[in-house]
Design a protein around this ligand. Structure first.
Ligand code: LLP
Length: 422
């Protein structure tokens, strides 16, 4: 369920008509509904149980104002960089609700996370474990660790967003895990308390989640038999959401019930890292039509948003439903919806039914809250588009559009006057 509904034919974000935001902010922009963010946080927490840690995967939607809404619902943060740590902290998320994932944590990032007293480092290799041990023991602290194990489960999702197969770069191989826990026990500054896994994203069935959790349960029992105190199981994120493409993933309640059933007897604190499920349906990208044109075989609607603003279609072949913000009477005809970027892949979707689109019309891309704004770039020197947060009948720009001067401000001409001229 989302909070983007039509009233009198006009799409609203909660109680705010989208054309009103467009007038104030200018297209293109992202808009997020606080009510949807809150609802998803509540549904997820209720499903997995209040005692579990639900650490929102910040990479999905990292705007600080959004994180603050989620923090107020009791969510923590799953971070993958020092930058995301800073975001989580400035949104008021306490260290005890932060888990740190990722294959390439630097010493500086480890130090910052130790200073913030985070809940857990999800360690992905022996080299990382040894480095964390050095960094933590040098400052006299102990790093709580879960080893990310690779369960060799195929999540059945897009190849580019699968992470839990044995040839993916993530985690430590299953067979190596017991030896690494033994090593962790011997290393100073490390306290190995958990098992962590994450098998991929936009997963549309329960079976791979259950299989991975079962394998994790076997591992925990094995480790305990070897004398390790394992009291946490981090099941990662990955639950898919409907994109209007006919795929209907399980709902969060069914997902939570299945995973609780599989892990019930283990007596561990569960950790979850949902991203898309919380943020996906909570956001739209809004774009304006600049031109339309008819070629021999096809008609195009050319928008002011491009692949640099929403790269999922170009990168993964992902589909986002595209609908007019204001309905118009008449028969629709098929248009290829494209952006202004000088790349053939700057094509959002073919054959979108639109009724007499014209310059100035506004279109909405649905389900764009997750992995939308965060993956944007300034390719073609196009400014990152604003993000707007709605709450009831109010809206606020929570990230402004940079000016051209802002975009150029980090660049400098080299001062080579000290080198003698030839
Ligand atoms: N935990 C870890 C360790 C992850 O790598 C991810 C996502 C998540 C949690 C959150 O997964 P979610 O619940 O959102 O599926 N850019 C791609 C998705 C990449 C996902 C990367 N990892 C897309 O636009 O579809």
């Amino acid at each position: 369920m989302d909070h983007f509904e039509r009233r009198g034919g006009v799409l609203h974000a909660e109680d705010v008509p989208i054309p009103r935001i467009a007038e104030a902010v200018g297209t293109p922009f992202y808009v997020y509904a606080s009510a949807t963010l809150r609802r998803h946080a509540q549904v997820f927490r209720a499903g997995v149980g209040e005692d579990a840690l639900v650490a929102f995967s910040v990479k999905a939607l990292s705007n600080v104002a959004v994180l603050k809404v989620l923090a107020s619902e009791g969510l923590g943060a799953d971070i993958v960089s020092g930058g995301e740590l800073a975001r989580a902290r400035s949104a008021g998320i306490p260290g005890e609700r932060i888990v740190f994932s990722g294959v390439g944590k630097t010493r500086a990032e480890m130090t910052a996370a130790l200073e913030a007293r985070i809940y857990q480092f999800n360690v992905e290799s022996e080299a990382e474990l040894r480095t964390l041990s050095e960094v933590a023991s040098a400052r006299g602290s102990v790093a709580p660790v879960a080893l990310r194990v690779n369960p060799d489960v195929d999540a059945g999702t897009l190849d580019k967003i699968s992470t839990g197969r044995k040839d993916d770069k993530f985690g430590v191989p299953w067979e190596r895990a017991p030896a690494l826990y033994d090593l962790a026990r011997r290393l100073p500054g490390i306290e190995a308390r958990g098992v962590d896994l994450h098998i991929g994203s936009q997963i549309a069935s329960l079976a791979p989640f259950e299989a991975a959790a079962r394998r994790a349960g076997d591992l925990i029992e094995h480790l305990r038999a070897e004398g390790h105190d394992i009291d946490r199981l981090d099941l990662g994120g990955g639950l898919g959401i409907p994109y209007g493409d006919g795929v209907t993933p399980p709902d969060p309640a069914a997902y939570a019930a299945a995973l609780r059933r599989v892990t019930d007897a283990l007596d561990v604190r569960l950790v979850f890292e949902p991203g898309r499920m919380i943020a996906g349906n909570a956001g739209l990208m809004i774009a304006g039509v600049i031109y339309t044109k008819a070629q021999e075989a096809r008609s195009f609607a050319i928008l002011d948003a491009g692949m640099n603003d929403l790269i999922r279609p170009a990168l993964y072949g992902a589909r986002h439903a595209i609908v007019p913000v204001a309905e118009r009477d008449g028969d629709p005809s098929p248009f290829d919806v494209v952006g202004p970027v000088c790349e053939t892949t700057d094509l959002f979707a073919r054959d979108v039914p639109l009724t007499a689109p014209a310059p100035g019309d506004i279109l909405a891309f649905k389900t764009a809250g997750a992995y939308g704004a965060v993956q944007a770039s300034q390719y073609n020197t196009r400014p990152l588009i604003p993000e707007v947060l709605v709450d009831g009948d109010r809206f606020a720009v929570v990230r402004r559009r940079p000016s051209t001067e802002d975009m150029l401000a980090l660049e400098e001409l080299p001062d080579w006057t000290d080198r003698p001229a030839d």
